[in-house]
Design a protein around this ligand. Structure first.
Ligand SMILES: C[S@@+](CC[C@H](N)C(=O)[O-])C[C@H]1O[C@@H](n2cnc3c(N)ncnc32)[C@H](O)[C@@H]1O
Length: 540
C-alpha cells in the first residue's frame, strides 16, 4: 500500500501547487491521469460512479472488518452527507440507533464504506449532528474554498462524491469549528485512504495543507461584493452560503443589510423549542424539572406558557426519550402562535386541512380540553400515520379524527360546516431555513409559482368548510409576501363572503403587522418565520 504522509507544512505556494498536482495524479487509479488523459477515457472520479464498487468476487462481508483507526464521527458524517446529496436522508438530528452493530446510521456507514468503525458515543453523535448540519449550510462557501485550492476547476467538478464529502467535512472542521488542524488533516486522510484508496488520502492531505496555509496567512479567498445587482448577489451567496436567487429576492424586498442578517440567522445552529404535552397530564414544571435533571439549559418562552427554548442539548432530549414518552413535542413558538390565531375553544369542531405530521393538530386538540373535535386531513398517508401514532401516544386520539384525502376532493363530498378551519399550506419553507439545513439547496424560484397556484386552490377548497360566522386561518412557514399577503389579497378578491379579522389580542402586539396579519420574523423575533391571516365568513 502506498503511504501518505499524514501532514507536513509546505513553504511556498508553487511547491504546494506542484505537490497537489503530484498528489492528484497519484490519487487516480493506475493508467489514469487527468493531466495526460484524453477526454474519451471514462473518469473514475465522475460523480455517476459509485464510490466503493464491490463485485461478486469481492462482496461486502456480512460483518465487515472493524477499522479502529478511522474516527467514527467523520465516517458517519461523510456518509450521511453523501446520502443527503443523493436524496436519501435529511440533515436532521440522529436517532438513537448509532451503535456499531450495523443498524441505523452505522449500517449505512458499513454498507457504503465496506468496513465498521467503533460505535458512536454521545459526543460523537453530537459532533455528527453539528458537522452534518453545518457542512450542509456552508456547502457553497466550502466548495468555493475547495475549488480555489484545486489545480483547475475540472479537478473539483470531477471529484468523486465521497472524496468531496470528506473534504467538505475537513474544511468545515478547520474553518468553522476551529478544530486542531493537524488532527483534522490526519483523521480525514485516514478516512479517505480507508474508504477509497491510498492515493485519495494523499490528495486530501495535499488539498487540506493548502487550505491550512491560506488560513495561517489569513488569505482565505472571498469574492468582493461589487458590481451590478446580480454580481453582488453572487458574491454574497458565496460568502453567506445561500442560493443566488434567494439572495437577490431578499435584497430586493428586505434590503442588503436585512438580507445579510437573515442569512446569518439561517447559518446559526438552530434553536429548538419544546412544548409540554398537557394531554398526557404533564405540566411545564415537570418538563423544567426533567431538563434540569438532564442538565439541558433552557429558557421559558415569553410568548407561550407551554413552551421552553433550548439552544443546546436537543440530542440529549431525544436520547433521554422525552419525545418518545410523549412528555413534550418539538415545536417552534412561531408555529404555536399560529394556533393562538386559530384560538381553539372546548366544544368546537375544527378542520385542519393540511394537518400532517400534526404539530398544530396536537396543540389545537390539547386546547379543546377533551370536548370537541379536530378533523385532521392530509394527502400524505405516511405523514398522517405519524400524526395518528403521536395522537395516541399523547392521549389526544379521542378528540382527533384523521382523514387521508386530498382536501380538494374532500370538499366535494362533505357538507361539514366547521367552527374553525386551519389551512397550514404547503409552502417554500423560507422561514425555517435555520432548522432545515438542506432546504435552501432543494428550493428553486420556479417552486414559488407552482406553490402559489396550489395555495390558491387549497384556500378555495378550505373556505367551503367554514360555517357562516366561522373562521378560516391561512398560515405558512414562509416569509415571502407572494405566498402570504398576496395570497390573502387574491382570496378576498375571489371570496367577498370573507373579511379579514386583525389578529390583535390573539398574539402579542409585536407579531401583528400593520395590515392585521400575524407574522414572525427570524431577524426580529429570533424564531422561525411564519405567517397567518384570520378570515371570518359572513353570516348571510
Ligand atoms: C406545511 S405541511 C403541514 C404541517 C402541519 N400543519 C403541522 O403543523 O405539522 C403541509 C401539508 O400539506 C399536505 N398537503 C399538500 N397538498 C394537500 C392536499 N391537496 N390535500 C391535503 N393535504 C395536502 C402535505 O402532505 C403536508 O403534510
Amino acid at each position: 500500500m502506498e503511504g501518505a504522509r499524514p501532514f507536513s507544512v509546505v513553504s511556498s505556494t508553487s511547491t504546494s501547487r506542484s505537490n497537489l498536482r503530484l498528489a492528484y495524479n497519484k490519487s487516480l487509479p493506475q493508467s489514469f491521469s487527468l493531466l495526460t488523459s484524453n477526454s474519451n477515457v471514462p473518469s473514475p472520479l465522475k460523480s455517476s460512479k459509485k464510490p466503493h464498487k464491490r463485485t461478486e468476487r469481492n462482496p461486502i462481508p456480512r460483518t465487515p472488518k472493524l477499522n479502529s483507526e478511522v474516527s467514527p464521527h467523520r465516517a458517519a458524517s461523510a456518509v450521511r452527507l453523501l446520502r443527503i446529496e443523493q436524496g436519501g436522508a435529511f440533515a436532521d438530528l440522529l436517532n438513537e440507533k448509532c451503535g456499531g452493530n450495523g443498524e441505523g446510521e452505522m449500517g449505512y456507514v458499513q454498507r457504503t464504506l465496506g468496513f465498521r468503525t467503533r460505535a458512536l458515543d454521545d459526543r460523537d453523535i453530537r459532533l455528527v449532528t453539528d458537522i452534518v448540519g453545518g457542512t450542509v449550510r456552508w456547502r457553497r462557501y466550502l466548495d468555493h474554498l475547495i475549488m480555489s485550492v484545486c489545480i483547475e476547476e475540472r479537478m473539483f467538478r470531477d471529484m468523486e462524491p465521497l472524496l468531496l464529502q470528506i473534504l467538505r467535512v475537513g474544511f468545515y472542521e478547520i474553518i468553522k469549528l476551529n478544530m486542531p488542524s493537524y488532527a483534522v488533516v490526519d483523521e480525514n486522510v485516514k478516512l479517505a485512504k480507508a474508504a477509497l484508496r491510498p492515493g485519495a488520502g494523499n490528495l486530501v492531505n495535499a488539498i487540506m495543507r493548502k487550505l491550512l496555509l491560506l488560513k495561517e496567512t489569513e488569505s482565505l479567498p472571498l469574492p468582493a461584493v461589487e458590481g451590478d445587482d446580480r454580481a453582488r448577489a453572487r458574491a454574497l451567496a458565496i460568502i453567506h452560503s445561500h442560493p443566488v436567487w434567494m439572495v437577490r429576492r431578499w435584497i430586493r424586498f428586505l434590503g442588503q443589510e436585512e438580507a445579510i442578517r437573515l442569512m446569518n440567522w439561517n447559518n446559526r445552529d438552530p434553536c429548538f423549542s419544546l412544548r409540554v404535552n398537557s394531554g398526557n397530564g404533564f405540566t411545564i414544571a415537570d418538563l423544567v424539572k426533567k431538563l434540569q435533571d438532564l442538565k439541558v439549559p433552557y429558557e421559558r418562552s415569553t410568548v407561550l406558557h407551554e413552551f421552553l427554548r433550548i439552544q443546546t442539548g436537543m440530542q440529549t432530549v431525544i436520547q433521554a426519550g422525552l419525545l418518545k414518552e410523549g412528555m413534550c413535542s418539538v415545536q417552534d413558538e412561531s408555529a404555536g402562535l399560529v394556533v393562538s390565531v386559530v384560538d381553539p375553544q372546548p366544544g368546537e369542531t375544527i378542520i385542519d386541512c393540511c394537518a400532517a405530521p400534526g404539530g398544530k393538530t396536537l396543540f389545537m386538540a390539547s386546547r379543546l380540553k377533551g370536548q370537541g373535535m379536530v378533523r385532521a386531513i392530509d394527502i400524505n398517508k405516511g405523514r398522517l400515520r405519524i400524526l395518528k401514532e403521536t395522537a395516541r401516544s399523547h392521549k389526544l386520539d379521542s378528540v382527533i379524527a384523521a382523514v387521508h384525502t386530498d382536501i380538494r376532493l374532500y370538499v366535494d363530498k362533505k357538507t361539514t360546516e366547521a367552527d374553525k378551519v386551519l389551512l397550514d399550506a404547503p409552502c417554500s419553507g423560507l422561514g425555517v431555513l435555520s432548522k432545515r439545513a438542506d432546504l435552501r439547496w432543494n428550493r428553486h424560484l420556479e417552486d414559488l409559482e407552482r406553490l402559489k397556484n396550489l395555495q390558491d386552490e387549497l384556500l378555495d377548497a378550505a373556505s367551503l368548510l367554514v360555517k357562516p360566522g366561522g373562521v378560516l386561518v391561512y398560515s405558512t412557514c414562509s416569509i415571502d409576501h407572494e405566498e402570504n399577503e398576496e395570497r390573502i389579497a387574491a382570496f378576498l378578491h375571489r371570496h367577498p363572503e370573507f373579511v379579514l379579522q386583525p389578529v390583535d389580542g390573539y398574539v402579542p402586539p409585536d407579531f401583528v403587522t400593520r395590515d392585521g396579519f400575524y407574522s414572525s420574523s427570524p431577524i426580529k423575533h429570533w424564531m422561525d418565520g411564519s405567517f397567518a391571516a384570520r378570515l371570518v365568513r359572513s353570516l348571510g
